[in-house]
Design a protein around this ligand. Sequence first.
Ligand code: NAG
Ligand code: NAG
Ligand code: NAG
Length: 341
Amino acid sequence: MDKMALLLLISSLTVVFTLGHGSLPLVINTWPFKNATAAAWSTLQSGGSVLDAVERGCARCEMEQCDGSVGYGGSPDETGETTLDAMIINGDTMEVGAVADLRRIKNAISVARAVMEHTEHTLLVGESASVFAENMGFIAEDLTTNNSIQIFSQWLKGNCQPNYHKKVFPDPSKSCGPYKPRAAPRRNKRAHHGMMRSHDTIGMIALDEEGHLAAGTSTNGMTHKVPGRVGDSPIIGAGAYADSSAGGAAATGDGDVMMRFLPSYLAVELMRAGADPSAACKTAISRIKRHYSEFFGAIICANTTGHYGAACNKITGFSQFHYMVSNSESDTPLLKSVDCF
Ligand SMILES: *[C@@H]1O[C@H](CO)[C@@H](O)[C@H](O)[C@H]1NC(C)=O
Ligand SMILES: *[C@@H]1O[C@H](CO)[C@@H](O)[C@H](O)[C@H]1NC(C)=O
Ligand SMILES: *[C@@H]1O[C@H](CO)[C@@H](O)[C@H](O)[C@H]1NC(C)=O
């Protein structure tokens, strides 16, 4: 993430340190992506469904590129291409639509919704997902921007550092690929986690007065990812989960690690069993910490009465996580903050 942009964004908003009071309707999303929250909130206010709210909220981020981690022109992979992952969940029916490694289509969250509404499938990937999107009427266009070209060419000039290969030849900590597997095991001292904070995501939960619940995610994944890499965002129970009878959750951070623990699913099940949203979020983070103490990640949780909370793993350079909330308490989205543990 562009730290400077984030700091500017945060200083332009008022941080409110409070526990989530329950009230409906509710929109909550990861990171200080205020316009996305506002777009979702105004969708609900004008009579849109919770699915409409999540779709418009995430689409706003895709259009504005939020901090560069969502939408076109960010996080180029090892070939310089930007590809998108997104998911949407209907917590009433448990219908889910998702796309991963989507190419050449800007509005990934709406393609995910089309997968949900116009197929019997849950997840479409890669080139085929793009063909599906075009058939559904989405416009194919280049997702490359001057900014993504710049990031990519700097990376090439710097011997393709960092990258996400290990136990390969040539030495990935010094050289570009292509790589072949290295037979003799040698200690790989390179820290795998927390070396980049480029892998953020919008994850959003919307809950209306009748208790309808939806959640969604959208991201362009990790900068310099190995082509084909899919993170946690489009994976149900990992990037987000929603069940109108229990609650919703959405996660952000080091998706490669986080998706191994289905943190959003875990948090929702804990809320179903009666856990407070903050406690549910904390337990989901703790579960990952047990194996990966240095992972970068955060999660937001909301229960069916509109109470909410968040948690994050404290590591060097990340001690507080910011997220946005809209509910009847305020006319404008509120910036919330939680101390990592
Ligand atoms: C949010 O929306 C306002 C008004 O449309 C716009 O001026 C601003 O640039 C947007 N913020 C971001 C971060 O895109
Ligand atoms: C992108 O770069 C090209 C060539 O350097 C330049 O002509 C163009 O104006 C730039 N576009 C933007 C949006 O900055
Ligand atoms: C949601 O969480 C709040 C705060 O812990 C709690 O008071 C409330 O009873 C919970 N709602 C449900 C439906 O469990």
